[in-house]
Design a protein around this ligand. Structure first.
Ligand code: GLN
Ligand code: ZN
Length: 731
């Protein structure tokens, strides 16, 4: 027997129906029952589609109304007391006016964000299998072969901050209950996801894995257990899992894998990349499957990880470059690839000869395409000299020059770039013709400037009203990137992004937002900061080429952005912010791979920013991640001002940067509708001032304001400016 299966599916629905319904629910226009019904409809439609595309065993429980880690916290009863009011689920996710939400952070090295479990010695775990059982029953009622997917206990505890593995023995009985409930509901197999096992794990942690799965495997009333790993190879965790009494293992076979014979265990081989969009190299996957088939009695075929990290359906993209289209596969296409591979494995390569030939031709075309072979791009990257990677003047001298040129007050206030993206702007984008839309944007920029001047902010921005999507917008003027119309991928909660596809060699074909930045400068009474997304984030938030090293792609992108930075300086923009919110998420999961990544990442940033005069101030911005392990790299970017979020991680970062650089500290958590009071901001800033000298501290929100409403932003920025002024008066 060989089955095709997957670990998970995009949640939003073909038209992002889920997003709209949840946001409607928050506004009070969609009832809890209606939201639940829509979820059930979306799940049923997804499963039917998976089946039609050739999937044998569908996952259940992978659906979520916000986040699967939050769902797990609910499943094990880890709901902190302060949320136990009317709607604990969304209160934990988003906070309320009275309580802050759970901390949000990146899911391994992806751009998905999960809500960090809040666990401690006082946590009492209780089982609530309701969601899992309900979704399994829905699939079984449709007559499907279904496998519930749960986040495994070890990874769940390790995702808490700080890790809470010492609670394992209290958590395991709760998992046992959930497993029994699923068994009673008809589950034959249950998958426990343990992606944390592809990271370096200590002997004590590996011992915990051993203990956990001896316990769960030893239960009598349980379904068959499958432990899934993804985003890398298991390494020293493989022998541990091979030895415990579980019934199957799912592994990521897209990079290296470490499979030894697995007697009596089911092996699910993730040969189709679940997190990138390239059509599978079928012959190579088939060879991998054939060799794995020798090591196990039962081999099933899968994607490397959940398909929630890729867009839903390539067929929805009617406007794609016809040359690039055959190079690609989105979620639905990947399921079809699994079905082809299954045929090839069971019936032999001859059975899929036509598919293999087309696939080979397709790969050859991609290799030889003018899109991937631009001579002027390769000669420019080849000509990069060490001097192109460093600013000519050291930081201390630049700092003095910039102070003289900018004459800013102590604790200068600014924002990170975007202002609210209102429905009205979205409608204008969809409905107006170009001249009318441009006029609308110009008016918006005028209003945003006036607003900032009235509030008393010190450094202004144009507000990015023209930017519908962080990275996609920037990718459009860059040749080599392909953008999609419907390629939505969940970032967190109801936020979805359309990552561009880095398909070919990159150069800047037209200016990026130079026009609007210049427009703002000409209409502002205070210094205007230019805004760009940095090369590393562009890479990490795009589907990146798999036919050349990422470092090479990064250099191409950096040179394209450098052209824009130079143009902005020439037109008289005194401050240029190059955002790198995605730098941390590209950090390899294994320690051994990190130094190389950090080196090319910092180099790409410097290649982008180092061509400016000493008086031009380079800012960078990063948000929502644990920065503690990349502090040296943050300093190596050699930016003049580094702005980081602090509201959610409570200043943990401020004392790590040693006061040698100016720091913009995010004192307004823009991911929550909650508005901080002046007193709260003052208190945060006072804590910061204990480690950061007053002449190096900037006061900012945590991130761009695009997801917030105007009333929230008005109040929050008023408080922010008031707090800065109050402290300034005391200094
Ligand atoms: N300049 C961007 C904005 O304000 C930064 C976004 C980000 O860092 N995530 O929206
Ligand atoms: Zn940000």
């Amino acid at each position: 027997m060989t089955l095709t299966t997957i670990h998970g599916w995009p949640r939003q629905g073909p038209g992002r129906e889920l997003k709209r319904a949840i946001e409607g629910h928050w506004q009070g226009t969609v009832s809890t029952a209606a939201l639940h019904d829509l979820g059930a409809e979306l799940r049923a439609a997804s499963w039917r589609q998976q089946l039609a595309d050739g999937l044998d065993e569908v996952p259940t429980g992978d659906f979520s109304s916000y986040d699967h880690v939050l769902d797990t916290s609910v499943m094990v009863g880890a709901i902190p007391d302060r949320y136990r009011g009317a709607d604990p689920y969304f209160a934990m996710a988003r906070g309320t006016q009275d309580v802050a939400p759970l901390e949000l952070t990146k899911w391994f090295d992806t751009n998905y964000h999960y809500l960090v479990p809040e666990l401690g010695p006082a946590t009492v775990f209780t089982a609530d299998a309701g969601k899992q059982v309900g979704e399994l029953k829905e699939a079984l009622a449709l007559g499907l072969t279904a496998r519930p997917v749960l986040l495994g206990p070890v990874t769940y505890l390790l995702l808490a901050r700080p890790g809470a593995l010492e609670l394992l023995d209290r958590l395991l009985p709760v998992y046992a209950e959930v497993l029994a409930d699923l068994r009673a509901a008809g589950a034959e197999w249950v998958q426990l996801d343990e992606p944390a096992l592809v990271q370096d794990r200590s002997p004590a942690e590996l011992a915990a894995v051993d203990r956990a799965y001896r316990f769960l495997g030893g239960l009598t009333d349980r379904p068959q257990l499958l432990v899934a790993s993804y985003f890398g190879h298991l390494g020293e965790a493989f022998p541990v899992l091979a030895d415990v009494p579980i019934d199957g293992l799912a592994i990521d076979c897209t990079a290296s894998h470490d499979i030894a014979p697995l007697q009596g265990k089911r092996l699910i081989a993730g040969v189709v990349d679940g997190r990138n969009v390239w059509a599978n190299a079928l012959a190579k996957s088939l060879a991998t499957l054939q060799s794995l088939a020798k090591l196990t009695d039962r081999l099933d075929i899968s994607t490397s990880c959940s398909l929630m990290h890729v867009p839903l359906d390539l067929d929805a993209e009617t406007g794609l470059d016809p040359e690039v289209r055959p190079w690609l596969a989105f979620a639905r296409q990947k399921v079809r690839e699994l079905a082809i591979l299954k045929r090839g494995l069971l019936e032999g390569p001859e059975a899929i000869a036509a598919e293999l030939a087309a696939n080979r031709a397709n790969y050859r075309a991609r290799r030889r395409s003018p899109l991937t072979n631009k001579a002027h791009v390769s000669s420019r990257t080849a000509a990069i000299r060490p001097a192109d990677l460093r600013r000519a003047t050291p930081y201390a001298d630049r700092r003095a020059a910039q102070q003289a040129a900018l004459a800013l007050p102590l604790l200068p206030t600014t924002t990170i770039g975007s202002f609210p993206q209102t429905d009205e702007l979205r409608v204008a984008r969809a409905e107006l013709d170009q001249p009318a839309y441009d006029e609308r944007i110009a008016r918006e920029i005028g209003d945003i400037l006036e607003f900032q001047e009235e509030l008393g902010l010190d450094v202004l921005v144009h507000g990015e009203p023209e930017r519908d999507d962080l990275v996609r917008y920037l990718a459009e003027p860059l040749s080599g990137f392909v953008t999609t119309k419907h390629g939505w991928v969940q970032s967190y909660g109801t936020r979805y992004v359309r990552p561009p596809i880095l398909a070919g060699d990159v150069y800047r074909s037209t200016q990026i937002n130079y026009h609007w930045t210049t427009y703002a400068k000409d209409h502002a009474g205070k210094p205007v900061k230019g805004l760009l997304t940095g090369p590393v984030t562009m890479l990490n938030r795009s589907f990146v080429r798999d036919d050349q090293p990422r470092a090479a792609t990064a250099r191409q992108v950096a040179l394209a952005l450098r052209d824009e930075v130079v143009d902005l300086e020439i037109t008289g923009i005194p401050i240029i912010q190059v955002d790198e919110p995605g730098l941390r998420e590209g950090l390899p999961l294994r320690q051994a791979d990190r130094a190389a990544y950090l080196e090319w990442a910092a180099e790409a940033f410097r290649l982008t920013t180092s061509r400016v005069r000493a008086t031009t101030q380079i800012h960078t911005h990063m948000c929502y991640a644990d920065f503690s392990d990349i502090v040296p790299t943050i300093l190596e970017l050699d930016a003049d001002v580094i702005s980081l979020e602090a509201a959610r991680s409570h200043l943990a970062i401020a004392d790590v940067l040693d006061g040698s650089r100016a720091v913009g500290l995010g004192v307004y958590d823009v991911h929550s509708p909650r508005v901080p009071s002046t007193q709260e901001i003052v208190a945060l800033l006072r804590t910061a001032l204990a480690v950061i000298p007053a002449d190096r501290l900037w006061v900012t929100p945590d991130c761009g304001l695009k997801t917030r409403t105007w009333p929230e932003v008005t109040q929050a920025l008023t408080n922010l400016v008031a707090a800065a002024r109050q402290l300034r008066a005391e200094l």
